[in-house]
Design a protein. Structure first.
Length: 94
């Protein structure tokens, strides 16, 4: 049996390089991006957003607001949502 060729790192990475919170992608407040390196060869893989304290505060505030609705959601509905999320992750892992 012949082994299939693995995709390149660039083909495997998500297309977004910004910060994800509050249901969307956000450029970092500082506009700062940082190089991320391959642990295998030390070469630059890409540049990714560097979160500042302002970005963290915005993300935490968004999470707090989302939790207000989540905590009032009935358990069976929350479980169904988590099952759908798990299934989506399994599909994207293939």
């Amino acid at each position: 049996m012949m082994a299939s060729k693995l995709p390149s790192i660039q083909e495997s990475l998500p297309s977004h390089r910004d910060l994800y919170y509050n249901g969307g992608w956000h450029a970092p407040a500082s506009q700062e991006y940082r190089e991320t390196l391959s642990p295998g060869d030390g070469k630059i893989i890409d540049r990714v957003a560097q979160a500042s304290m302002e970005d963290v505060d915005d993300a935490v505030q968004a999470a707090r607001q989302a939790f207000l609705g989540w905590r009032s959601t009935p358990g069976p509905q929350r479980a169904a949502c988590l099952r759908r999320a798990a299934e989506a992750m399994r599909q994207h892992a293939k």
